[in-house]
Design a protein around this ligand. Sequence first.
Ligand SMILES: NC(=O)c1ccc[n+]([C@@H]2O[C@H](COP(=O)([O-])OP(=O)(O)OC[C@H]3O[C@@H](n4cnc5c(N)ncnc54)[C@H](OP(=O)(O)O)[C@@H]3O)[C@@H](O)[C@H]2O)c1
Length: 273
Amino acid sequence: MNNTAKRVKSVLITGGTSGFGLELARVLLNREWVVVVMGRSIPGFQTNEHRFSFFKADFSNLAETAKVAEKICKYHSFDVIVDNAGVLSPPDFRMTGDNLEYTFQVNFLAHLLLNELIVSGCHRDIQLKIAAIVSPVYKIAGKDLVATPVKSEYKPYKAYSNSKLYLALMCSYLPAKYKNLRLNCFGFNPGVFRSGIYRNQKPWFRIMYKIAAPFMRNPAKIAGKLADLIEDNSVLSGSIYTSRKKPAPVPSMESLTAELFWKDCYKDLQKYL
Ligand SMILES: NC(=O)c1ccc[n+]([C@@H]2O[C@H](COP(=O)([O-])OP(=O)(O)OC[C@H]3O[C@@H](n4cnc5c(N)ncnc54)[C@H](OP(=O)(O)O)[C@@H]3O)[C@@H](O)[C@H]2O)c1
């Protein structure tokens, strides 16, 4: 008889309280994973499942994000992190308490911080996979990587697409930085689907979104595709996957521009690392 028990796998999903993150949490719970979700509000579903837990954190506050990451690491070590929390950029320029543009921090920088703290903080002897949720618009972002977006140049659409490009770039940056670790980082472009992502937009946008929502894709189906990738050992680090096409490589950047960008990002994170 084989006495080797199958190890239960563990995932951390940011923004697991609603939309795509919540659907992914459901799928992975059904596949017997231990699921930890982060977000600001109580998760939008009830479960008594002991494999599920929730940690409250606001990514527009880096100190809070770091504190919660430390707490999570006391109780868990992860096979997978899903960098999913995100907002559509607010219509008007908004700063966080950390003096950074809101979308840049919530969608990207807080995830870089969280990933760093988990890579260095959680005790591990298992391979870590990071799945970063990008968007179709990462492809149209500017190549002038800006770690300190300013009000005078603020365009919501640009702020959002830039934040997604930076997440994509992180998928080649982190594995290169941690060559000694078995770190697999890939992007997942879910395409467009219905969710609550329109909440902080202007009233006309919210009305249009609600009209279009019934014709948009169901996030539960797309979450199943990501769950398959999460469980697939042949996923290529440094690639961007979709639910349909073959993976594409992370866009390449001019090396000096990239170097300065990462330096600026880590300046903001220094005191938490
Ligand atoms: N919907 C689409 O068509 C689409 C397309 C491409 C990519 N995406 C990406 O998919 C991801 C999930 O979005 P969704 O469409 O499922 O939207 P959603 O339902 O609004 O989910 C967003 C999640 O992010 C969390 N979040 C937002 N602000 C946060 C903050 N300041 N601190 C911590 N957590 C925060 C939210 O949790 P709380 O409210 O509890 O904080 C929520 O769980 C996002 O990264 C989005 O950019 C969406």
